[in-house]
Design a protein around this ligand. Structure first.
Ligand SMILES: NC(=O)c1ccc[n+]([C@@H]2O[C@H](COP(=O)([O-])OP(=O)(O)OC[C@H]3O[C@@H](n4cnc5c(N)ncnc54)[C@H](O)[C@@H]3O)[C@@H](O)[C@H]2O)c1
Length: 443
């Protein structure tokens, strides 16, 4: 029975996972090569924003069920299963950069060579089909000198949503285990049975390649749903009285379709969909298959930014000399993550015109500064962001923006106008000012 778990890579996936295991009577050793991150965690400070994470981190560190280190040797001595959660970013051509995964397996293999025990390696990073068998297994065996049976290996995709990471770790829809052999699958299943207890979710055990594919296909499918409704949003904008939000509600009532992932907006962004969709397209090319539906969803996603700029121009006329307030920069509410944020993409597009841009976000300002630098004005409050502006654009649907009223816009803005890029608002409530929204037909 495995009780001691190592987590390698303490980012948006690894840190919540480490805290979650530690909170359910596992002894966890977290490892990251980013020393600044390790120092922050040691001081009980979560380096990222995720709901509930700061409190849980503090609790498990105080209880000593979680410790963190930057030493592979130390992590290995104190763990019998090791979960790999390092990043797998994109190469410029869209393929997956496996540098961090390889580096991790090499360092782990090197330390493991000197240790005589069974270790279960569980890969949670998103990796292209075939990587567990062709890269991870080979690299580990080369560096550790051990063979399957002496160690175990599973690819176990992570499906958590940023902003809901802890909730999703405690309540996943399903667990997919891509096991290299029966023993590896059995041991990982046993870990999850003890973690979830009576609320154990459904499990699918398969080979690593199928599990790797399931992760990509899930993300591509979800991105397809979003692009589909975004295509419909562009259609609705050309039809008097049409409203994509109502269409989504109506089709979503059909159980075969489902309401989720049918929110029209600026498109899919974040650390996963853009890179995973591109990687999938590349993967198809590499094996001689043109995935034309995937090409189309990328194209639609890109066109949502142009679509938003068009709406801006329709609403306020020439952009030259205008001041624009952007509410929300995180790629979605509930996180400070701005990787591939669509709102930031829109800001960058608008900056091509001679405009002044003021921005606000409850959590992501610091991270946004690293991308936007001094090209925009950062505001601490919504009111400050609105002051003297000609247009307010809702870029990320944080709950606190829902409270925005037309009176506030009238009070602070030079010329009150609102563009709802996330369909947060009821158009009726903004009747007295200029109002437009993605997917809303002329009225
Ligand atoms: N973020 C998500 O919502 C999400 C959801 C599902 C799957 N995933 C996948 O999970 C993986 C991790 O994503 P993330 O968002 O947590 O990434 P991240 O960039 O937030 O975190 C990765 C961490 O790994 C560390 N790291 C890099 N190389 C290392 C090494 N050799 N040894 C130890 N640590 C190392 C980095 O310092 C960083 O802290 C990716 O493959 C991603 O596609 C992410």
């Amino acid at each position: 029975m495995i009780n001691r778990i190592g987590i390698v890579g303490l980012g948006y996936v690894g840190l919540p996972l480490a805290c979650a295991f530690a909170s359910r009577s596992f002894k966890v050793t977290g490892l990251d090569t980013d020393l600044e991150k390790i120092e922050l965690i040691k001081r009980e400070e979560a380096p990222i924003y995720e709901e509930g994470l700061q409190d849980l981190l503090k609790k498990v560190l105080e209880e000593k069920s979680l410790k963190v280190t930057s030493s592979y040797k130390e992590m290995l001595e104190e763990s019998d299963a090791c979960f790999i959660c390092v990043g797998t970013p994109s190469n410029p051509d869209g393929s997956v950069d496996l540098r961090y995964v390889k580096e991790t397996i090499e360092m782990l293999g090197e330390s493991y060579r000197r240790v005589d025990k069974y270790l279960l390696l569980v890969v949670r990073s998103t990796i292209p089909p075939g990587t567990t068998l062709n890269v991870i297994k080979k690299t580990l065996e080369e560096w550790s000198g051990k063979n399957i049976g002496e160690y175990g290996l599973c690819f176990n995709p992570e499906f958590l949503r940023e902003g809901r990471a802890l909730y999703d770790i405690f309540n996943p829809d399903r667990i997919i285990i891509g096991a290299i052999d029966e023993e590896s699958g059995r041991i990982l299943l046993d870990i999850y049975k003890r973690f979830h207890g009576i609320s154990m979710p459904p499990v699918l055990i398969t080979n690593p390649t199928n599990a790797e594919l399931i992760k990509y296909v899930s993300n591509v499918f979800l991105a397809t749903k979003i692009s589909f409704i975004n295509m419909i949003s562009q259609l609705c904008q050309r039809i008097p009285n049409a409203d994509v939000k109502v269409i989504a509600e109506g089709i979503g009532m059909d159980k075969r379709i489902g309401r989720e992932f049918l929110n029209a907006g600026l498109g899919w962004g974040g650390s996963c969909f853009p890179k995973d969709v591109k990687a999938f397209l590349r993967f198809g090319e590499e094996i001689g298959l043109r995935l034309n539906l995937v090409e189309s969803i990328i194209e639609i996603n890109e066109s949502q930014i142009e679509n938003a700029v068009k709406l801006v121009e329709e609403l306020v006329g020439r952009l030259d000399g205008k001041t624009i307030s952007i509410l929300g920069l995180a790629f979605k509410p509930g996180t400070d993550d701005v990787r591939e944020s669509r709102s930031i993409r829109l800001v960058e597009e608008l900056l091509k015109y001679n405009v002044e841009i003021k921005v606000h976000d409850p959590k992501a300002l610091e991270k946004a500064k690293k991308i936007l630098g001094d090209k925009v004005i950062y505001c601490r409050t919504i009111e400050e962001c609105l002051t003297g502006s000609d247009l307010c654009i809702l870029g990320t649907e944080w709950a606190e923006y829902k409270e925005l009223r037309q009176e506030t816009l009238k009070k602070y803005m030079r010329r009150p106008a609102l563009l709802d890029c996330r369909r947060l608002y009821d158009p009726e409530e903004f009747r007295e000012i200029k109002f437009s929204a993605i997917g809303l037909g002329p009225r």
